[in-house]
Structures are given as C-alpha cells and as structure tokens.
Design a protein around this ligand. Structure first.
Ligand SMILES: Cc1cc2nc3c(=O)[nH]c(=O)nc-3n(C[C@H](O)[C@H](O)[C@H](O)COP(=O)(O)OP(=O)(O)OC[C@H]3O[C@@H](n4cnc5c(N)ncnc54)[C@H](O)[C@@H]3O)c2cc1C
Length: 365
C-alpha cells in the first residue's frame, strides 16, 4: 500500500486532516486501532433506540468562526446551551458556581454582581499565586466552596488530592458573579443534528480508512511520505522516557422506561457515590423517544487514555518526548494524545486546519 500521508487516529484531528489533504488530491490512508471512526466523539443508537455518546458527553462549543464554518459543511446543527447541576446534601446547585449558587448554598440574598464580588472577596483565602488545584479554589472562592464542591469531586475524578494537581485543573471552571447558568459561554453552542458519527461518515466519504489497525502492527505494510500521528506520544517512542499517566473512565449505561430520568443533561455528585456524574445526553441531542438512557461515570486508573494528568513531573516527561519528536523528519504529532494535553473538540479542529495550512506551504501542495 502506498500513500502520500499516513494518518494515525480517526478522531477529529486525523479525520479533518484526511479530508483536507484528500480535497487537494493527496493520497491519504487513515488508520485507527478501534473498530470505529470518530475517536472519543463516537456516538451510536443503543438497543433501546437512544442516541448515546460512547465515551462520555460531548457538547460542541466554539468561538472560532472558521471551525464552525468548516464543520458546517459536514453537518447541520441543533442549537443547545447545556446546563449542569451539582448535588450537595440532596440539593441541586448551578455549576459553574454563580450568584444563585452562592445565595442558595450560603442562604443569603446577593442581588448584584458587585455584592457577589464583595461576598466572594470576603471568603477568599489570601493566596497570591496558587500553586495547585486546591490553592486555586481557595484563592477564588474560599474554604466552604472548596470543601463542598471541589475537594471530593477532584479527588474522585483524578485519584489524587487536589494539592498534587496543577492549578489549571480547577482554573478551567469559572466562578461567576452573575446568574448565567450555562456551563460555558462560547458564542456557538450546538450538537450535530444527526450525531457525531454521521459527521465523521461525511468527513471520510472519500478516504481510505482501515479500522482495527494498530500503527505498530501495520506500519511495515504501508509506504508513506509523511506521517501524521494522533496517538499517544509515549507509545510512539516505545515509552523510552517512561509512561505518561492518564485518568480513565468506566461507563455504566442504564436504560429507563420513561421519557426523562433527570431534569438536567448532567448532574455531578462531588460527595456521594463512586461515580462522579450522571449524564442524560438526550437533553442535548433533542431526540424524541419515550424511553431514555443515562450513564454513570466511574473514574479509574486503567482503561482508555482520557485525561492527561497535569502536574510538573508529567510535564517534564512529556517535554522529553516533544524534543525527540521535533528531531524527526516528515512526522507530525497532533491531537490530545500526541500533545498530552486536554483539548476541546473545536481546539483540535482548529489545530488540524492550521497544520493543514502549514503542510500546504511546506510541501507546496
Ligand atoms: C469524557 C470526555 C468528555 C469530553 N467532552 C467534551 C465536550 O463536551 N466538548 C468538547 O469540545 N470536547 C470534549 N472532550 C474532548 C474531545 O474528546 C477531544 O477534544 C477530541 O476527541 C480529541 O480528538 P483527537 O483526534 O485528538 O483524539 P481522539 O478522539 O482520542 O482520537 C485519537 C484516535 O487515535 C486512535 N489511536 C491511538 N493510538 C493508535 C495507534 N497506535 N494506532 C492506531 N490508532 C490509534 C484512537 O483509537 C483514537 O480513535 C471530552 C473528552 C473526554 C475524554
């Protein structure tokens, strides 16, 4: 088998690059070790007819106009701003924490942003440069919020104490002084009308895709000029500098004979149960069907590599791999596994579109 570009991994990174390169006449082969395309964004109809997300809920959101325009060639959209709740002592609170969360949790009556800011200031611990995920929350919201909403959730999610995690882990979650209860405030928030797997089917219409094909196993059979690699970077180098640790998830799906199981697409359980959250994706997909499927997520150590664990030691290991990668010719590392970084779908699509431009210039395609 011959091609110009061998692309490893059929998630958004690999599939967008495959589509772009094919569109300018390049011969592309796309392989994935799984038995489906779409990477972690894969969805499917379960035996009860509910469209479910195989690897956890994927809500599409972006501020990148070019990403939205590009993907809109492969799907129409269903507008959806998603809202989630945290269950604390049996009561549900808006998450991210906003003024309503503060009022309900502390049983007070803050009426303006100014009042909420002043209240938060009075709660904050005097930490100037938060060094870890615990200090980050203490500095922004104080001890009570940290203990109720963050401490146990973060420990359950990551398997280590928030003190051992980078501040970036909890910095990702904003604390609001208004009453906006959307999880994110990106300009465009929507779900692909017919699901993610359909987007990938459309992206890859003219591409030669080989599934259940692990790179190490098939690479000797494929002749390529350039390699675009979206798998784990440590695996590519046979773990010569050690393994990059990931947190994984076990999913327990349950079908229920009622239209909806809960009022929100996601409820987080920081302090109860072994699972972190219950997701009912039907709220987001908008599917009209008399039954529903929920999924409980149990964080675990072993399994598919989902979340890179951000701390200084792991970053050091990653940088050694990155330096080794930079020495290779005609090999490019892209995507969340190859960069050992948590990235949202739109960021990945953006990076793939940018790399396509770089390749076009470099090889004068
Ligand atoms: C639980 C969870 C929830 C998420 N929710 C959201 C969300 O709501 N919104 C959002 O924007 N983003 C979300 N994300 C992030 C999103 O999944 C990623 O941005 C996106 O999947 C990254 O695309 P990718 O192509 O880099 O990686 P992936 O989708 O992981 O694709 C990489 C592919 O490479 C394949 N591969 C790996 N090694 C090899 C090998 N050796 N040989 C062949 N193939 C190989 C894998 O099988 C995989 O299919 C979530 C992620 C997780 C884990």
């Amino acid at each position: 088998m011959n091609c110009d570009f061998l692309i490893v991994g059929a998630g958004f990174a690999g599939s967008v690059l495959a589509e772009r390169l094919n569109s300018i006449g390049k011969k592309v082969i796309l392989i994935d070790k799984r038995d489906h395309t779409g990477g972690n964004c894969c969805d499917y109809y379960d035996s009860s007819g509910v469209l479910v997300h195989k690897y956890g809920p994927h809500y599409f959101r972006t501020n990148f106009q070019d990403v939205k325009e590009y993907l809109s060639k492969f799907t129409s959209w269903r507008k959806h701003e998603y809202r989630i709740r945290a269950s604390i002592n049996g009561l549900l609170y808006p998450l991210p924490i906003n003024r309503d969360t503060l009022n309900n949790f502390f049983k007070i009556n803050l009426r303006t942003e100014k009042e909420a800011k002043e209240f938060l200031n009075s709660k904050r611990s005097p930490i100037k440069n938060p060094k870890n995920a615990e200090e980050q929350v203490l500095a922004f919201a104080g001890r009570e919020i940290y203990d109720a909403f963050f401490k146990n959730y973060t420990t359950k999610q990551w398997g280590i104490h928030p003190r051992e995690l980078d501040a970036s882990v909890t910095a990702r979650i904003p604390i609001r002084t208004n009453t906006d209860d959307r999880y994110v405030n990106d300009l465009f928030q929507a779900m692909p009308e017919d699901g993610y797997s359909k987007v990938f089917e459309n992206l890859l219409k003219n591409i030669e895709v080989i599934l259940t094909a692990d790179f190490k196993r098939v690479k000797h059979r494929i002749k390529f000029k350039t390699l675009l690699y979206t798998g784990p970077i440590d695996e590519f180098f046979d773990y010569k500098y050690g393994r990059l640790p990931y947190r994984s998830l076990r999913f327990r799906f349950e079908t229920h004979n009622k239209e909806f199981y809960q009022d929100w697409s996601q409820i987080n359980y920081p302090n109860d149960y072994k699972y972190t959250r219950i997701v009912e994706i039907k709220h987001a997909t908008g599917q009209i069907i008399p039954n529903t499927t929920i999924v409980k997520e149990y964080p675990c150590e072993k399994g598919s590599p989902f979340y890179p664990i951000p701390n200084p030691d792991n970053q050091k290991i990653y940088l050694r791999y990155k330096r080794a990668a930079e020495k290779l010719n005609n090999v490019y590392f892209i995507g969340r596994l190859a960069q050992y970084r948590y990235l949202n779908m739109d960021q990945i699509v953006k990076e793939a579109l940018d790399l396509f431009k770089t390749l076009k210039n470099k090889y004068q395609l």
